[in-house]
Design a protein around this ligand. Structure first.
Ligand code: HEC
Ligand code: HEC
Length: 365
């Protein structure tokens, strides 16, 4: 028999048997999932997708950290074995006020539902190779003055004089202070975080000195948590909303020549802004950060929503994206815009904090 006919017959037989099989199934007795449908994802797999979308740009694909300033290594074994689930969950939901770490939880007007946060936690936990450490409850009954001296000498260079995190994690924000136990802090100081600049101090500081410095850390002035009101999830983009994106419509178009093909300095953007040139500024951070404060006239297009917004953004005028990181989220947004063919797009080089510090116009704070 001709080979092609054989194959066709076999296919027909297969289809027929499939059809009979399907017809024979009543809903009650069909627990077997459709083999063609993708298998239901485990929480860790779902977490991997969410992590890739929302977190990897700063913390790295495998939690290696430091893709954007100060985003720590979430895959670090010393971190994973000493941090409780609650500590990690609260950090994701409430963020780290005063730093580029946004509040991602729906409770804080972010994009992630509780189940999403738990899925991400499961994914992060899948990196843990070592047993949980014995983290003592710890106390903070040491000597603040002595602790302050130790802190200035050994810690301030990286964590900042006020714990604001000069080149390392901040220690002075409300969420950290409320969720880090004395024991967790002491553990980090004693053992350090391998393969990062956080070295162990147990060979240099006595138990008493470590308690003193923990006690001092507890006095660091807190950066309060700002809770924004507003919609409890992402933004729906409508032509009406994004039509208003264009600043000073009808005026001459702004022209920019980004350096390295990507960046425009804040003073150049501000000049065009002051001269009432026509262009678009997009805030690439999550919507809840935008609600707290943003450049006056900017529209919210979170970096993970760019694909949805491109149908509505003008193509003949320049689009400047910003975040506070200052290039991580705006960089992602720019990549999305360029992919969609927006040539006239760039990043506000110094980011939003610098914009505000220079007294350029922003809404609320
Ligand atoms: C724009 C960059 C950025 C993005 C995106 C981001 N983070 Fe962060 N994250 C940071 C920075 C920076 C810090 C440290 C802040 C500080 O100085 O305290 C941080 C801190 C954390 C911490 C606390 C770590 C500790 O030891 O205190 C956790 C947990 C965390 N991030 C998880 C996540 C997860 C999960 C996501 C995705 C949903 C995410 N982050 C998205 C930048 C980012
Ligand atoms: C050379 C820079 C450097 C010095 C000095 C340093 N740290 Fe750190 N520290 C870091 C970095 C970087 C991390 C985060 C590492 C990681 O997990 O990715 C960190 C993490 C921590 C953490 C964990 C915070 C959290 O949210 O997970 C604590 C607590 C801490 N350091 C306290 C101290 C104290 C107290 C001292 C002084 C005795 C000190 N550090 C000295 C760089 C430093």
């Amino acid at each position: 028999m001709n080979r092609r006919i054989t194959v066709s017959l076999m296919l027909l037989a297969l289809l027929a048997s499939l059809a009979i099989h399907t017809l024979a199934q009543t809903p009650a007795e069909s627990p077997e999932p459709n083999k063609d449908a993708p298998a239901r994802k485990s929480p860790a797999e779902r977490g991997a997708d969410l992590y890739a979308t929302y977190c990897a740009l700063c913390h790295g694909k495998t939690g290696e950290g430091y893709l954007a300033d100060e985003a720590n290594a979430l895959g670090n074994q010393d971190f994973l074995k000493s941090a409780t689930d609650d500590f990690i969950i609260e950090a994701i939901v409430r963020g780290r006020p005063g730093t580029p770490m946004s509040a991602w939880g729906k409770e804080r007007a972010g994009v992630l539902a509780t189940s999403d946060v738990l899925a991400i936690l499961a994914f992060i936990r899948s990196w843990q190779k070592e047993e949980p450490a014995e983290v003592s409850r710890g106390t903070a009954d040491g000597d603040v003055k002595a602790g302050s001296k130790i802190y200035k000498r050994w810690c301030a260079a990286c964590h900042g004089q006020k714990g604001d995190g000069a080149s390392a994690l901040s220690l002075n924000n409300t969420v950290f202070q409320q969720t880090a136990s004395n024991g967790f802090i002491a553990y980090a100081i004693m053992n350090g975080r391998r393969e990062t600049s956080m070295t162990e101090f147990k060979s240099r500081l006595s138990t008493q000195e470590i308690e003193d410095v923990v006690t001092f850390i507890r006095t660091l002035e807190s950066v309060p948590e700002q809770v924004s009101a507003g919609p409890d999830s992402g933004v729906e983009f409508t032509p009406e909303r994004l039509k208003r994106a264009l600043l000073n419509p009808g005026n001459p178009l702004a022209e920019f020549s980004p350096f390295d093909g990507r960046y425009v300095p804040a003073d150049v953007v501000h000049k065009a802004y002051k001269e009432k040139k026509s262009f678009v500024i997009i805030d690439a951070r999550p919507y809840n950060d935008y609600l707290k404060s943003h450049i006056a006239g900017a529209v919210s297009v979170p970096f993970y929503e760019v694909e949805k917004a491109v149908d509505y953004l003008p193509r003949d005028s320049w689009i400047i994206a910003y975040c506070v990181c200052p290039h991580a989220m705006s960089g992602k947004a720019l990549d999305g815009l360029r992919e969609a063919g927006f040539e006239k797009s760039a990043i506000l080089d110094e980011g939003f904090n610098e914009w505000k510090q220079r007294g350029y116009p922003s809404i609320k704070d």
